[in-house]
Structure formats: C-alpha cells, structure tokens
Design a protein around this ligand. Structure first.
Ligand SMILES: C[S@@+](CC[C@H](N)C(=O)[O-])C[C@H]1O[C@@H](n2cnc3c(N)ncnc32)[C@H](O)[C@@H]1O
Length: 174
C-alpha cells in the first residue's frame, strides 16, 4: 500500500514536471479582453476555453459580461487558486471554472471559442491539438501571435490600448 502511494506521488511529481510552460504570465489588458471576446462573437450559453488563463480575467469576463460557460486551463497553481477564488467571490461558480493543469492535456472538443495568448513557437504545439479536436464552426481568437498554417478570418489592429501599447488580434474559424 505504502509502495503504491509512493508510486502515485512520484507519478504526480513527474506529471507536474513534464508540463511545459508555453508562455510566462503576462496578462491581456481588460480593454483588449473585451475586444477579443467581441471579435470571437461569443454568445450567451456558448463554451469558451482560455488556454493558459493567468488570473482568470478572460474566463471571468466571458462568464460575467457575455454569459458564456467559461473554462480556464492554468499550469501555475497560485494563479489557478487566485482565479478560482475570484470566481467564487464574484458568484460565478456555475458558469466559470479553472482547471489547474497542462493545457496540452485537455480536451477542447466542446469549445465554441478558444482564447489564446501564448508565445510564438509554443503556439505551434497547440495548433495540431486544436486542429484535431475543435468542432466545425468553432472560433479561435489569438492575442498578438498568429497560428502559422491557418488563415485568419479577421485581423484587428489596436493602435493604443489606453496605455500606449499596440495589440493585434487574430480570429480563426474552423
Ligand atoms: C501570456 S499569459 C496569458 C494569461 C491570460 N490568458 C491573459 O490573456 O490574460 C500565459 C499563461 O499561460 C500559462 N501557461 C503556460 N504554459 C502552460 C501550460 N502548459 N498549461 C497551462 N497553462 C500554461 C502561464 O502560466 C500564463 O499564466
């Protein structure tokens, strides 16, 4: 029994270490989050995933302002805990939640919208997963970085987010 426990613990440690960090934490400004969700055409009752959800701001806005069912996947346990607490305080627990795990190991087949703010190179690892999993008509909205082998339906350039930073949003549809 003790041996089994040790093996399980070791497997857990390996899984945690195996997960690759696909981007550092660098939050999307709230004004840009709103524009990402508007660009995606997210509707009430639709399912959104944020791949690498940081402090949960995309998930929270999707649930609170767009009345979507929103799921964030976040590797960092402190960010996952913080965002789960925020969701609880806002009373959004029925329509928003955070998975503390590796975004490369989740299933996105139920997604209507996938939000992504991951860095080039790492996006290349996500692309085959989404190609294989997302359903026809699902949208992917990416902040600042393009998916190499897809053609965007729309590209939105935002010259100034109010803090002097420019952003580009890419919308893809399967
Ligand atoms: C650039 S931040 C974007 C945060 C949030 N989506 C936003 O736009 O405000 C990328 C996030 O992805 C998370 N991340 C990186 N690799 C990950 C992985 N393999 N699985 C889940 N989350 C990951 C990071 O911890 C970080 O919070």
């Amino acid at each position: 029994m003790r041996r089994l426990l040790l093996v399980c613990l070791w497997a857990g440690i390996l899984t945690a270490q195996d997960a690759e960090k696909l981007a550092p934490y660098y939050p999307t400004p709230e004004t840009i989050v709103r524009q990402m969700l508007q660009l995606s055409g997210l509707k009430a009752g639709e399912k959104l995933f944020d791949l690498g959800s940081g402090d949960g701001r995309i998930v929270i806005m999707a649930a609170q302002k767009f009345r979507a069912n929103a799921v964030g996947v976040e590797l960092d346990k402190d960010l996952a805990r913080l965002s789960t607490e925020k969701i609880g305080k806002l009373g959004l627990g029925k329509t928003a939640h955070i998975i503390n795990g590796d975004l490369l190991k989740e299933d996105y087949s139920s997604a209507d919208v996938v939000a992504v703010y991951l860095f080039p190179g790492f996006i290349d690892k996500v692309q085959p997963l989404l190609d294989a999993q997302i359903k026809k008509g699902a949208r992917v909205v990416s902040h600042d970085f393009e998916f190499k082998n897809w053609t965007p339906e729309k590209v939105l350039n935002i010259a100034d987010d109010g803090e002097g930073r420019s952003h580009t949003l890419y919308l893809y549809r399967k």
